[in-house]
Every structure is written in C-alpha cells, then in structure tokens.
Design a protein around this ligand. Structure first.
Ligand code: G
Ligand code: MN
Length: 308
C-alpha cells in the first residue's frame, strides 16, 4: 500500500475496525444529543456522574495511535450520556475549575493504565485560560503525574479565541506550565482570527485545525486552502498540525497529501468511555500484525512490541 493510503491508516489506527457497527452508531449518536437538559457540575461531581471519555488521535505519517483527547461526559442515571452543552454554558468559573481539576487528575492517572496496556500515549485535556490561572496545576501535576520516566507529558488544549484575547498572558502561562511537562495545543484553530504576529509569541506544540475547515477539505477549494495554510504554519513554527473532525475517507486522504501530522474524528474513532478505549488497546496489543520495526515504534521513539 502507498504511504498515503487512508485504508492503511484505518488498519493501523486501531480502534476503527474493532468497533462493531452498532456500537459505533451509538457512540457517534451520543455526540449529538439534541435536547440539552441542564445538570449542575457540582451535583454531577458529588454523585460521581462524570466520566472522562477518550477520542483516539492517529499519527498520519507513522500510521499508529499517537494519543487521545480526554473529553468530559456526564452519565446521568435518568438522562443518559450528556455532552458539555448540558453542563458548561454560562457556568461559574469555580465549577469549571472543579471539573477541570477532576479531568486533570483522572487523565494523569489513566495514562499509567494505558501504558500498562502497552501504549505510551500523549493525552490531551481541554482547559479554559481562566482555569489555568486559578488551579494550582504545577502542584497537582507533581502530585498525580505518572512516576514513569516514559511519561511524555500532558497536552493542554486552549481555544484560539482565548489565546488571542490576551497573548501575553497565554505566553506567561505556557512558559510556567512547560516546567511541569505540559505543552499547549491551540484548539479550534482558524475560528479565532489570530494574527500571525501574536502566534509568534507563544510556544505551542500543536495547532488543531477547526473541524469546520477540515470538513469538505477534499472538495472545497477554500477549506483546502485554509487547511494547507494552517498545516504549513504549524510546521514553520516547529509544531505539529492536527486535523479535528475528520469524517470522510476523501478528507483524510487530502489531509495526508497536505502533510498533516495527526488526525482525529469519527472516521477514525468517536470519543468512547475509558473502559472501552482500554479494552480496544488490549485487543490491539494481542492482535497478530506484520509490523515493520519502524511501525512498531511509539511516538516517543521507543519500541513497545506491537502497536495500534
Ligand atoms: O473543541 P474541541 O475540539 O475540543 O471539541 C471536541 C468535540 O468534537 C468533542 O465533544 C467531540 O464529541 C467532537 N467531535 C469528535 N470527532 C468529531 C467529528 O468527527 N466530527 C464532529 N463534528 N465533531 C467531532
Ligand atoms: Mn479540544
């Protein structure tokens, strides 16, 4: 197969071919719950309704699982699985802080479980700038971070619009967090209208191209131009480009031709409960595969038997 064959990515991406159609449909449906009943974050935390779901992120060049984005979900006893639209809009900052702390600690602890399954993953969480200022992140990371020397650090995704609102502040935060092994990803890139000069000031590890540009990038010239520009921009800054919301084979193929580094989206795998993600990792580990030595490398460059 050629290097940019999307089928091959699917074969290497791990989860996609292990999810049965019915389960896949359920997970994808859970991403678009139409009614949005309100649930208070405090109530959900007290009742242990919060779950951290993971969406796989695939290395499009090495064709392996590179990491996962942690996404908060509520599993309500009566209302079922609820998305952030049910608990985040217009919420006070203290509640968001509580939730972010919960997600941070859970993600740091979960890394070890995934590593024990044979995968050294770059995990990412979504945190608003206000929360980065309030939470004692270095202290929390020092206390809960995996003790393994193989831990690659944690990625914190901050949306572009929040970064450009106060670039000096974002820069200060990014530098402080670097010491704790935290890297910044610019989330929803393209939707926040940053100027190039402002990005120059910020040490970021990843540029996550907003799904509104990724969708249709194989057919729409303007979206293709924006994706290509964002990918080139990330590379010029010495960072990686991530396409979010990849939903079709054609878009995946186009992104690979454009040189995009990582991909995320329902085509590869939808967000899924931690236990499901873990069982997929274990399944992949046990599956016989003819991997070349290069393919059997983890993102950190260390061979770990067979990988996704
Ligand atoms: O803003 P951010 O990129 O963090 O948003 C992640 C959200 O995108 C998650 O809630 C997830 O459910 C959703 N998502 C994941 N994959 C896809 C996809 O392929 N298409 C779309 N439209 N949304 C997706
Ligand atoms: Mn994100």
């Amino acid at each position: 197969m050629s290097d940019s064959d999307p089928k091959e990515i699917q074969n290497w991406s791990g989860p996609i071919d292990d999810l049965a159609d019915e389960e896949r449909r359920f997970l994808v449906d859970s991403m678009s719950v139409e009614t949005r009943p309100r649930v208070a974050i405090g109530e959900a935390l007290r009742n242990h309704w919060f779950e951290i779901w993971y969406q796989p992120k695939i290395d499009l060049k090495r064709k392996c699982l590179a990491g996962a984005e942690a996404l908060a979900r509520i599993r309500h006893p009566k209302l079922g699985v609820l998305l952030p639209g049910s608990f985040l809009p217009d919420v006070d900052e203290d509640s968001v802080c509580e939730l972010a702390q919960h997600a941070l600690v859970a993600t740091l602890c979960d890394w070890t479980m995934f590593e024990e399954a044979g995968f050294n993953l770059h995990l990412a969480i979504n945190v608003p700038v206000g929360v980065l200022l309030k939470l004692p992140i270095p202290k929390l990371v020092a206390e809960y971070r995996p003790k393994s020397a193989r831990w690659p650090g944690l990625i914190v995704e901050v949306t572009e619009d929040q970064i450009v609102r106060d670039i000096a502040l974002a820069q200060k935060i990014a530098k402080q967090l670097q010491v704790s092994g935290i890297k910044i990803a610019i989330d929803d890139f393209g939707a926040g209208y940053s100027s190039l000069s402002s990005l120059r000031e910020l040490p970021f590890a990843e540029l996550k191209v907003d799904c509104s540009f990724v969708t249709g990038c194989s057919t729409e010239a303007t979206n293709a131009a924006i994706c290509q520009t964002a990918i080139d921009l990330a590379h010029r800054f010495g960072s990686a480009a991530v396409a979010e919301g990849v939903e079709t084979q054609a878009d995946l193929q186009a992104l690979m031709v454009m040189g995009c580094d990582f991909g995320q989206g329902v085509l590869i795998a939808p967000p899924m409960p931690k236990e499901r993600f873990l069982s997929l990792l274990r399944q992949r580990m046990n599956k016989p595969r003819a991997a070349s030595p290069q393919q059997a490398m983890q993102p950190g460059g260390k061979p770990v038997g067979r990988v996704a």
